[in-house]
Design a protein around this ligand. Sequence first.
Ligand code: BTN
Length: 260
Amino acid sequence: MREAVAPDLLGARDCIASKGGRLGLPLVLLRETDSTSEEAKRAAKQGAPHGATWAADLQTRGRGRQGRAWTSPRAEGLLFSVVLRGTKAWRYPETLPLVVGLAVRDVVSTRLSSRDVLLKWPNDVLVANKKVAGVLVEATRECYVVGVGINVSVRQFPPELEGRATSLALEGAEQLSRGALLADVLAALDRDVEHVASFGLGLIHGRLRAVDALYGKAVSGERGSGIARGLSEKGGLIVECDDGRVQEWSSGEVHLVTHL
Ligand code: BTN
């Protein structure tokens, strides 16, 4: 008999249906896969529609940004990827990581009501300076694939992440259901994504500013160093450089090292 997906993730179907949004349909729940983003990309080539979503209890080749691996013990993380189509009409697709990051941040924050949950540009979600969730946005010929990893009930991280990563459970959240979390993130994303990608960050600029982990902080990257001064309309990081010039950095061209 094939083993089933853990019950808390199985609940995602009902949670998504009750919200009536366009993301999360169809929904494929997997006990194990190489990577939900690879599942989504393979299916997108075969015509998977806008909103199609893959979530898994375990990934054997989970990927993070900048070629890093994303690992999570079985059923302890929310690991999912969603296909976004209709994107040719988008004028500001580069805002996508920020819209997704904000949606994830907002939902994480509802589970940790007494904590400050911040967004570190472009899309790391932080609690007490430790990363609780990450976002990987990939463009394919057909669509965008948005991959999200949230550390839900992880209590032990590999040595290289000790002190830099945390989870909802470690930060005090209780009665966590990955299915409900998934439905909430998809609904939050559905609310803002098309408007922001079409018209720029205006709609969410104030909300981003309020949770910007870098604002006023010293940052350094491939283009130099300076003080972070917020985000541009297109989603770039505005940096007042040490020599007084103001630059707009894009996440693609910098490897950011921050001193939070
Ligand atoms: C990062 O912070 O570096 C981004 C992490 C993104 C991880 C998620 S888990 C679900 C999806 N599948 C993957 O292989 N990666 C993303």
